[in-house]
Design a protein around this ligand. Structure first.
Ligand code: AMP
Length: 193
């Protein structure tokens, strides 16, 4: 099965993807993680990516589609979980084309439904927890970058909810429930196929 986890920053996409990886042997493809890796490479591309990410804006479609394309050639395990990709309609179309070229398809787009106040609280807590643990928090987990990330989500990513609904692929899950309850709901959705 190939699925997308959809939802604003802080909705729990990364957490739920991690659970699916360990329980279903699925392969997590997180463009955010790939980009964070790319920025540490010290290349010109890495530096440009870092600037855009720190502001909370989206990097170019060309870069992220290229990253995903590379990974689709690799091990598929129990299927792919797209986490943080696609983030706009052009990326969604590109993903459909890429999967078709690999003789694969998208089974479900799972929307983690949350509310904004909870999101902001979760993200600022993620930054505070990192500091308390002696780690460096994500540069884009600040209130300022968060505003930009939320705006990017509503302007560019949220139209994907209608897009996948129209394709008959959208499944909504209450993202405000406890982590185990959310993963239980996702499991149920996947088992219904
Ligand atoms: P995330 O870890 O998914 O919250 O992504 C962190 C940052 O990486 C985002 O704020 C964007 O700057 C960038 N990013 C991640 N995925 C994408 C994508 N699919 N398209 C464009 N930018 C992305």
């Amino acid at each position: 099965m190939n699925i997308i986890l959809l939802g604003p920053p802080g909705a729990g996409k990364g957490t739920q993807a991690g659970i699916l990886v360990s329980e279903r042997n699925m392969v997590q493809l997180s463009t955010g993680d790939m980009l964070r890796e790319a920025r540490t490479s010290g290349t010109e591309m890495g530096k440009r990516v870092a600037e855009v990410m720190d502001k909370g804006e989206l990097v170019t479609d060309e870069i992220v589609i290229g990253l995903i394309e590379e990974k689709l050639q690799g091990d598929q395990g129990g299927g792919f979980i797209f986490d943080g990709f696609p983030r706009n309609l052009a990326q969604a179309d590109a993903l459909g084309d890429l999967l078709a070229r690999h003789g694969a398809k998208l089974d479900a787009a799972i929307e983690l439904q949350v509310n904004d106040e909870v999101l902001v609280g979760r993200i600022l807590k993620r930054a505070a927890d990192a500091v308390a643990a002696g780690q460096t928090p994500r540069a884009d987990d600040t209130e300022e970058a968060l505003k930009t990330r939320l705006m990017a989500y509503y302007k560019q990513t949220s139209p994907l909810i209608g897009y996948y609904y129209a394709k008959g692929r959208l499944k909504g899950v209450d993202g405000l429930a406890e982590i185990e309850a959310v993963s239980g709901e996702i499991e149920k959705t996947l088992d219904s196929f």
